[in-house]
Design a protein around this ligand. Structure first.
Ligand code: ADP
Ligand code: MG
Length: 410
């Protein structure tokens, strides 16, 4: 691949991450195509060239690959076998199938990262053949226990906090026993029945495998975003502090309010993980910080990440553009911050499900706040966009971003 020829990147998935990557592709003047499910997918609405089909359909993915120099992803649900098949046909896929497993399968990732010496919460695969395995895990640790779907979860779908024996029984009845939850969608402590995004969460087969995790007393959650070229060149963004509400990362602060020492150690850990995984492109590593400032790895994603939206306004090169540069093996852009601080707040669908585009007049009161809308059908609770405020004082920026996001919600 030569930088002087118009490159073409293909992204499997056409959600908001693909939409924002498309914008970065426009800046670079390169070709960008997506594998979309519907003409109303955010990246199709933004004008990206689209192949329509299912990400589990080998022919659909092949059609995308044939149109592009490199295939990449905006989610991790693509079956690994399908990625391997592309690689065997000599298509360039970044990240490759070996690395992809780390973002697709939480059990695989935790097992391999632990073996490699990284700190992770205590975990165990849940054996559905042993009815009291959840209770036994709690006895060996304590309540609550976190139960997670190995694959397919996001935004807290596929994560359940089980508080006692009674809840453990409910969980087993719902997901492990005869009263199988097949067809009922995801339920448990978090329900998102009205969210059309939920059909991304495939319930069935492998998705019915769970892992048990020790419930960590989290002081802060941070994400380190790094970007890595095939040859190993790596840059890390400043640590980002994420605040989850109902499992969704709803607010983020860049840089995270952590010590210089902890930030350095988190970046070094991210570099070591990216090497271990053989990541190419954007790698986002979610970490827990406990009360003693110990870092623990939660999960990783090998694609642009929702915790990195503020890089658009706050860094010299956004995560989206650096992802494109890295998968094309082009020189990376600086990941340094160009402003002292940035705060992002999600725009979630309001009770009346008013389209935020109808409320845009109200952001006139917030001329310094950047608004990003994803073009999605409004549904209460659904992520419809985000706003980012940049400046100096984090608390002021938060109030500004929060009130602007509220103005766009009804
Ligand atoms: N072991 C744990 N202890 C305490 N909280 C947890 C644990 N694992 C996950 N969580 C909480 O649930 C959120 C979602 O879990 P995560 O594994 O990141 O799933 P998702 O794929 O939905 O992002 C985390 O950001 C954190 O707030
Ligand atoms: Mg997560």
């Amino acid at each position: 691949m030569k930088a002087n020829k118009t490159a073409r990147v293909g992204m499997v998935g056409a959600g908001q991450l693909a939409r924002m990557t498309h914008q970065a592709a426009i800046d670079l003047g390169i070709g960008f195509a997506v594998l979309a499910r519907s003409p109303s997918d955010p990246a199709v609405l933004s004008g990206a060239e689209a192949v329509f089909g299912d990400y589990r359909d080998p022919d659909a993915v092949l059609e995308l690959a044939e149109r592009c120099d490199v295939v990449t992803f905006d989610h991790e649900l693509v079956p690994c076998g399908l990625i391997k098949a592309l690689e065997e046909k000599s298509f360039v896929v970044r990240p490759g199938s070996e690395s992809f497993m780390y973002s697709q399968d939480k059990l695989y990732a935790k097992t391999r990262l632990k073996e490699a010496g990284f700190a992770v919460p205590d975990f165990l695969p849940l054996d559905p053949g042993v009815p009291d395995s959840l209770v036994r895990f709690a006895a060996a640790h304590r309540w609550p226990v976190v139960v997670k779907s190995r694959s397919g979860g996001y935004d807290g779908r596929g994560v359940w906090v089980v508080r006692d024996e009674e809840e453990a029984k409910d969980f087993a009845d719902k997901f492990l026993g005869n009263k199988s939850a097949a067809g009922t969608g995801v339920s448990g402590s978090r329900e998102h029945k009205d969210d059309p995004d939920q059909d991304n969460f495939v319930v069935g087969n492998k998705q019915y495998e769970f892992i048990l995790e020790n419930h960590v007393e989290i002081e802060k959650e941070i994400a380190i975003l790094g970007v890595r070229r095939p040859g190993g060149e790596f840059l890390a963004y400043e640590p980002i502090e994420t605040v989850q509400r109902n499992g969704i990362c709803n607010e983020l602060f860049m840089p995270a309010d952590i010590s210089v020492k902890l930030a350095k150690s988190a970046k070094e850990t991210a570099f070591a993980i990216a090497e271990t995984v053989g990541a190419v492109g954007l790698v986002a590593i979610e970490m827990f910080v406990d009360g003693d400032s110990n870092l623990m790895i939660n999960e990783l994603a090998l694609r642009p990440h929702n915790s990195g939206h503020a890089t658009i306004e706050a860094a010299y090169t956004s995560q989206f553009q650096n992802h494109l540069r890295a998968v094309l093996d082009w020189p990376l852009g600086s990941a340094d911050m160009k402003v002292p601080a940035a705060v992002m707040v999600n725009i979630l669908g309001g009770r009346n499900a008013t389209d935020p585009r109808e409320l845009l007049e109200s952001v006139a009161g917030y001329p310094t706040v950047a608004v990003h809308l994803y073009g999605k059908e409004p549904v209460p609770g659904r992520k419809l966009g985000h706003v980012t405020a940049t400046g100096k004082e984090r608390e002021k920026l938060f109030l500004l971003a929060k009130s602007c996001a509220e103005e766009l919600t009804d």
